[in-house]
Design a protein around this ligand. Structure first.
Ligand SMILES: Nc1ncnc2c1ncn2[C@@H]1O[C@H](COP(=O)(O)OP(=O)(O)OP(=O)(O)O)[C@@H](O)[C@H]1O
Length: 242
């Protein structure tokens, strides 16, 4: 039940990145702008092909899955997604059922509830704020009930309360046996809420460990070029920069 990247390279974007992800965990992918985070997530979702190396699900190359079968297993939220049509929120979320060929009401309503979208369900997407839209796109992913949730900066546009609610939801998804991989720029969110952190720098995986080790001060200094120190207790840490 693993999703793996095995020595994946893509010209000027990723350089021999290997990482294996298991279910039941939240993994954060962190790194500076242009480090290759979105590229790695796209490859792990099967939407982008590497030049060399292999991305596999349960030991089978992602390229060998039909797009429908792959989408049943892996739900992918791109950075800054856009809707092709200006549909109501509930209809957009129901599109998440497409890989299953149904529009089952249960998962759609559960996804609307999880993202606090019930009051907005009849509203056209074009009439949502940026954060509301981000929640709607993530609800579409959740409605597909994938084993793997891959989300590129899912928290970036959300207010504090919705960030915490979404993190709580992703933790429950992980506890129920799903695999969650999210790209995060907020290192404190990664430190406090991820089970594991992969740090990318200039296309290479330079740390892959529990948050305390992968985001240690010396890693932040080396990768981000920032002198910083963690304060507070486990699960409640804040990053103080100097
Ligand atoms: N479609 C593309 N074609 C060629 N190069 C690309 C393409 N998209 C991104 N890149 C380059 O690949 C590298 C990695 O980009 P990627 O979007 O994966 O970085 P990222 O870590 O997600 O960055 P950010 O934090 O800014 O979102 C960057 O140098 C970027 O300029």
């Amino acid at each position: 039940m693993t999703l793996s990247a095995d020595a994946i390279s893509l010209a000027n974007r990723l350089d021999a990145v290997s990482a294996s992800f298991g279910p039941g965990q939240i993994t954060a992918i962190c790194g500076p702008n242009g480090a290759g985070k979105s590229t790695l997530l796209s490859i792990l979702s099967g939407l982008l092909q590497p030049d060399c190396g292999l991305a596999t699900l349960h030991g089978k190359a992602l390229s060998e899955f039909s797009s429908g079968a792959r989408a049943q297993h892996i739900g992918y939220l791109p950075q800054n997604g856009e809707a092709a049509w200006d549909v109501a929120v509930r209809n957009l979320v129901a599109l998440g059922r497409m890989p299953h060929g149904d529009s089952a009401a249960g998962p759609v309503e559960a996804a609307l509830k999880a993202l606090d979208l019930e009051v907005l369900a009849a509203r056209p997407i074009s009439e949502l704020s940026g954060g509301e839209k981000a929640r709607a796109f993530l609800a579409r992913v959740l409605a597909g009930e994938p084993e793997w949730i891959l989300a590129d900066e899912p928290l970036a546009a959300l207010d504090l309360a919705h960030q915490l609610a979404l993190i709580g939801h992703l933790k429950r998804e992980a506890q129920s046996g799903k695999g969650v991989i999210i790209v995060l720029h907020d290192l404190a969110l990664a430190m406090n809420h991820a089970d594991r952190v992969v740090v990318l720098d200039q296309g290479q995986a330079v740390a892959d460990d529990v948050p305390e080790k992968a985001l240690a001060g010396e890693v932040i200094q080396r990768v981000w070029g920032v002198t910083a120190e963690w304060i507070g207790s486990e699960g409640h840490r804040a990053l103080v920069t100097r």
